[in-house]
Design a protein around this ligand. Structure first.
Ligand code: VJV
Ligand code: CA
Ligand code: ZN
Length: 406
């Protein structure tokens, strides 16, 4: 109807389960699963479902999640809810994972960096267990479609939770679906390239494969002091000098692109295409995983970049043009309307479609867009309030040269 067509020459599969939308991390917590509702409604409103095979995701199994995560951590996540949390915290098997309390800590942390305090990064909330295993199940189903050859591009916008560690939640991430996906891909592909355009460093994925020469991790992220407070931008890792664990086969198989605040489209394109292009040339991957965190967009509640949806999408297009099996995952993104616009746009890119330059007439729950004029909404809004630009061209050129050498 909108001229949406199936792509010629490749197949795309889309994995989702609407139950992830019902979750609430807490009233003012920045992570809003309903951004996935907005994304779904834009994707369906534009008719992109006709261009892909769509699958309803089922929960990941305990054994599948244990391929990376510690058995006790997985058991804890299976059972945890606000009701069971206090009792679980007393079980000796789990108390080992309670971090020591420091003077002046505002949030009380339980086992595995989980907490029921309102200000916590990784809260325990109702339905959390179902949510975690569902987004992981969607990523694993997407991965399976790729590795079995059923499609060339597989998408799960509810996945991409790159900070989770083997036995610890971190930065809104509990299960590292990316690590699980890559482990599964290594059974079929000789080399997997992981690219991460979330504004935060993909530390959990880098750490998991720091000794592994068959996986190259490449993260673009804000790095350095957060603001005048002197605190570092989360998670504080991902320096230019970090290239994989020294003295192991994994040395030289991690790349980091630390970026100052305010980077714009032109600068980001220069960095992304320069570094990614060289990495692909040197590493010669058999498949690619792209984490498409949308908190690198301008106007994001937590991010500090000035990237427009157009450039964010061009990163996806650049990777797609390598014509390798491609897993597209979500990640961060805290200004929900822009997250939905970006991921819908990127679904269109994956399926070789161009979207009409207006919000589709049939968008259920239109009240979710409250406060924005709709009549002349553009797919590529430019952000009125830009972050202060501290990103100098000369530094970027230095970085591309340095990384080329690495
Ligand atoms: O900066 C941090 C860590 C602190 C300790 C915990 N307090 C809450 C915040 C400061 C040092 N955490 C970051 C985590 C960012 C995670 C990004 C995840 C992804 O996009 O890369 C992938 C999905 C952080 N930045 C902002 C907040 N936390 C934040 C957390 C809240 C909050 C406001 C801001 C948690 C609860 C509530 N408000 C109510
Ligand atoms: Ca990143
Ligand atoms: Zn992020």
């Amino acid at each position: 109807e909108n001229g949406i067509q199936r792509p010629k020459g490749h197949k795309v599969s889309f994995h989702y389960n609407s139950h992830v939308e019902d979750m609430h991390f807490g009233k003012t917590h920045p992570m809003k699963p309903w951004r996935l509702t907005l994304t779904k409604h834009l994707v369906l409103g534009h008719g992109l479902q006709y261009a892909m095979d769509t699958y309803e995701a089922v929960s990941a199994g305990t054994d599948e999640v244990r391929k990376f995560h510690a058995p006790d951590y997985v058991d804890f996540l299976r059972q945890v809810s606000p009701k069971t949390f206090p009792e679980l915290c007393k079980i000796p098997r789990f108390t080992r994972a309670i971090p020591p309390k420091h003077e002046g800590d505002s949030v009380e942390l339980g086992p595995y960096n989980l907490s029921t305090s309102p200000g916590a990064d990784c809260p325990v909330f109702d339905g959390m267990s179902e949510y975690l295993f569902l987004y992981t199940g969607a990523t694993l189903a997407a991965t399976h479609q790729l590795t079995s050859g059923a499609c060339n591009i597989a998408i799960n916008w509810s996945g991409g939770l790159h900070h989770a560690h083997k036995a610890e939640a971190s930065g809104f991430c509990y299960i590292n679906d990316i690590v699980l996906a890559i482990l599964d891909m290594l059974r079929v592909y000789a080399r997997v390239l992981y690219i991460d355009i979330d504004v935060h460093h993909g530390d959990g994925v880098e750490e998991a494969f720091q000794r592994q020469p068959r996986v190259m991790t490449l993260s673009y992220h804000r790095y350095g002091p957060y603001d005048e407070t002197g605190h570092k931008f989360f998670p504080g890792t991902g320096d230019l000098e970090d290239i994989g664990l020294k003295g192991t086969p994994g040395e030289h198989f991690a790349l980091n692109v630390p970026i100052p605040s305010g980077i714009d489209d032109r600068q980001y394109k220069f960095l992304f295409e320069g570094v990614t292009g060289r990495a692909i040339e040197a590493f010669n991957p058999s498949a690619i995983v792209l984490q498409c965190g949308a908190d690198s967009l301008g106007g994001d509640r937590l991010g500090q970049f000035n990237i427009n949806i157009k450039q964010h999408g061009e990163c996806v297009a650049f990777v797609k043009n390598q014509h390798l099996p491609l897993l597209l995952l979500g990640g961060g993104g805290y200004t929900a309307r822009n997250v939905a616009r970006a991921w819908c746009h990127e679904t269109a890119i994956a399926t070789d479609n161009k979207l009409v330059d207006k919000v589709p007439y049939f968008v259920p729950r239109i009240e979710a867009f409250k406060g924005r004029a709709h009549g002349d909404e553009k797919m590529y809004p430019s952000f009125e309030r830009l972050h202060k630009n501290e990103c100098k061209d000369a530094d970027l050129e230095y970085m591309v040269k340095k990384l080329e050498h690495d």
